[in-house]
Design a protein around this ligand. Structure first.
Ligand SMILES: NC(=O)c1ccc[n+]([C@@H]2O[C@H](COP(=O)([O-])OP(=O)(O)OC[C@H]3O[C@@H](n4cnc5c(N)ncnc54)[C@H](OP(=O)(O)O)[C@@H]3O)[C@@H](O)[C@H]2O)c1
Length: 303
């Protein structure tokens, strides 16, 4: 995911001038993605752009959690050079990647992000149209047809509570935002001059556990959560068996790494193999130009 609504300002140096290239479906294994109820059903413009339909399986007792990342061929999801740490640098600012991100947001009740990305964003709210404006009307139609709120709620997690209402990200006051952090920090933020669209959730400790995140999302009525948070939080969710699906864009570049350029991998802070490997089923493959758009479903670990 490129994070266009949160990425580096200014003209990207390696932007793809061809705009969103059409996706081409190479594999779609509906049997691999659909278990019981599901949410989706793309028509017209979205089905055309996506080259087919998209359904997210719904879990009966907790929200389905879908992760969205873009990585380089060599598994890098973030560069570490100042001001160039967003997904855009990884994807080459791919508009097609942003379309897929918008589509996942359009099917979600909640979009989960870490506070650090909010601190560098122009806009805190992770809306479908915010990341891919060309399809904003089609995203809105889809949500209305599915009986969803006009835009998803953005759930921001923070341990530091280092957020304040004067940040650029909080100047737009229309879309719902929930900030979840340690209780004493939330009490301070609650007293701040945030807009009425921002509410607060006190965590039990200094950081949210994966189960607490599920509880908060469930409290918001969520059936589908897309996580756009970074590799640490993804690692926590995967460790807890709560990462159900991964939409992974593979960008056709090698980032490389050395001591001066450490880079971030897709999973950070957890080792699964060999004691507890996380195997996935490949359920969809699409291409657009030289980018690959992969969808994986992880073996069910938590009901
Ligand atoms: N390529 C991609 O698709 C992709 C996707 C996502 C991120 N990234 C990149 O990866 C890098 C790291 O991403 P990120 O900064 O979003 O990482 P992250 O690990 O998701 O978020 C980091 C921040 O979120 C808060 N946080 C995370 N887990 C928390 C928890 N369990 N409880 C409470 N607060 C929690 C903390 O905020 P406080 O500091 O306020 O305590 C933490 O500093 C960035 O460069 C980003 O651009 C790339």
């Amino acid at each position: 995911m490129s994070g266009a609504d949160g990425g580096s300002p200014g003209l990207p140096s390696r932007a793809d001038p061809r705009g969103a290239q059409p996706l081409r479906r190479l594999l779609d294994d509906a049997g691999g993605t659909l278990v019981g109820d599901s949410r989706g059903g793309l028509v017209d413009e979205l089905a055309q752009r996506y080259d087919g339909d998209l359904h997210i399986g719904l879990r009966p007792y907790r929200p389905t959690i879908v992760a969205n990342f873009v990585e380089t061929i060599d598994g890098v999801v973030a560069m570490t050079e100042d001001g160039q740490t967003g997904g855009g640098e990884v994807s080459g600012f791919s508009p097609t990647d942003r379309f897929v991100m918008g589509l996942l947001r359009a099917l979600s009740d909640v979009v989960l992000v870490g506070a650090s990305s909010i601190r560098t964003s122009r806009r805190a709210a992770r809306t479908p149209g915010g990341v891919f404006p060309d399809a904003a009307a089609a995203f809105a139609d889809l949500r209305s047809r599915l009986g969803l709120a006009p835009v998803p709620t953005t759930l921001v997690v923070t341990s530091s509570g280092d957020l304040d209402p004067t940040m650029p990200a909080f100047q737009e006051r229309t879309a719902p935002i929930v900030i979840a952090g340690p209780s004493e920090r939330m009490a301070e933020l609650r007293a701040g001059a945030f807009g009425p669209n921002v509410t607060f959730e006190a965590l039990r400790g200094s950081a949210a556990t994966p189960d607490e995140l599920v509880e908060i999302a469930r409290g918001l009525g969520a059936r589908v959560v897309t996580t756009e948070a970074g590799p640490r939080l993804f690692a926590d969710l995967a460790r807890a068996g709560l990462a159900d699906e991964l939409f992974l864009t593979l960008a056709p570049q090698l980032a490389g790494r050395d001591p001066a350029h450490p880079r971030l991998p897709l999973v950070d802070g957890e080792a699964f193999w060999p004691d507890s490997p996380r195997w996935a089923r490949l359920t969809s493959v699409r291409s657009a130009g030289d980018h690959l758009f992969l969808r994986y479903r992880f073996e069910e670990q938590r009901a």
